[in-house]
Design a protein. Structure first.
Ligand code: SF4
Length: 315
């Protein structure tokens, strides 16, 4: 079973465990983000401190005054241009990034739930929107995975985020210098079931790319394969797609186990479909069967081992 993982490059809001840079001088303690940071290359950033705001400081707010702007409470200073400029410069200085873990509800970092106010009407709530930095990041890195600390508490969102960042990190590592067509073929084989759980149709297209390696030059193959792979893992898996993959994997065991074990495995699949057994547990059980029967092809599959086990909370 592959236990070596490429290290994703993740941008974190600096106030998530790293530095007490929030407007109130505090840091946000988040146990899962702390664990995650041990398995990735961290790029931490606090856009507000980076433009020279103090800690602590009066909070800033998003206001709509024809355009979306950011204004500091008390001073009334308009920080929009400074925040925009910093965001563009900082993001352009980054090379490859697999994902962003950002602080929810922040006028700078929120993905979609910062509160925006109407400037001229005594701060009446207008809409929920993304923070200035987050919005620029989503525009500049459309292939990256985005999450906040709250969404990471949901098993399905967390599982998708983790599968995605570890997959794109491994893709990046594979495509680095001296990559051969065989390296891409091997990667494709390892990711077959994981890709199937995201997008069976894109898996088919990827399969066509690697089924005739002589058609494309290496550079063309790298370009087309990477583009489709990143698109495929960005598609959200569904319970039905997972069920389909799990049935495929069960197919490797069904003729190797006795009748009692067969009934047990079918019951587990059924329990997964009805929601009484979780995906983490099924992956673990299927890994054990793959080990027991020495099914190397399955043991190499990232689907059964998509990210470090320390990050595999139960649902
Ligand atoms: S949410 Fe963003 S801008 Fe606000 S303190 Fe955290 S890192 Fe800084």
């Amino acid at each position: 079973m592959r236990e070596d993982f490429a290290r994703p490059r993740l941008v974190f809001s600096a106030c998530l465990n790293f530095e007490p840079v929030r407007y109130n001088g505090r840091v946000v303690e988040d146990e899962f983000c702390k664990r995650l940071a041990e398995h990735v290359d961290v790029i931490k950033v606090c856009p507000e401190v980076s433009i020279g705001l103090a800690v602590p400081r009066p909070p800033i707010r998003i206001v709509f005054d024809r355009t979306k702007r950011v204004v500091q409470d008390g001073t009334g200073e308009d920080l929009t241009e400074r925040l925009n400029k910093f965001s563009v410069d900082f993001l352009e200085s980054l090379n490859e990034v697999d994902g962003f873990v950002l602080k929810r509800k922040s006028p700078s970092c929120a993905l979609s739930d910062a509160t925006a106010y109407r400037l001229s009407r005594n701060r009446k709530l207008l809409v929920k929107t993304s923070g200035i930095f987050a919005q620029t990041a989503m525009e500049k890195f459309p292939g990256a995975a985005f999450v906040d600390e709250f969404r990471l508490r949901n098993f399905w969102l967390r599982d998708h985020f983790l599968c995605r960042i570890f997959a794109t990190a491994e893709l990046r590592e594979t495509l680095k210098s001296n990559c051969t067509k065989m390296d891409i073929l091997n990667l494709h084989e390892r990711y077959k079931y994981l890709l199937m759980s995201h997008s069976p149709s894109l898996l088919k297209k990827l399969g066509r790319l690697v089924s005739n390696l002589s058609v494309l030059s290496l550079l063309e193959l790298i370009h087309d394969y990477a583009d489709l792979f990143v698109k495929a893992v960005s598609v959200k898996p569904t319970k039905a797609k997972h069920f389909n993959v799990l049935q495929h994997i069960y197919g490797y065991f069904k003729d190797r186990v006795n009748e009692g074990e067969k009934r047990k495995l079918l019951r587990l699949l059924n329990d997964y479909a009805t929601g009484s057994v979780n995906l983490t547990r099924l992956r673990k059980i299927f890994r054990e069967y793959a080990r027991q029967f020495h099914i190397d092809y399955l043991l190499r599959q990232r689907y059964l081992n998509p990210y470090p086990s320390e990050l595999s909370n139960n649902e």
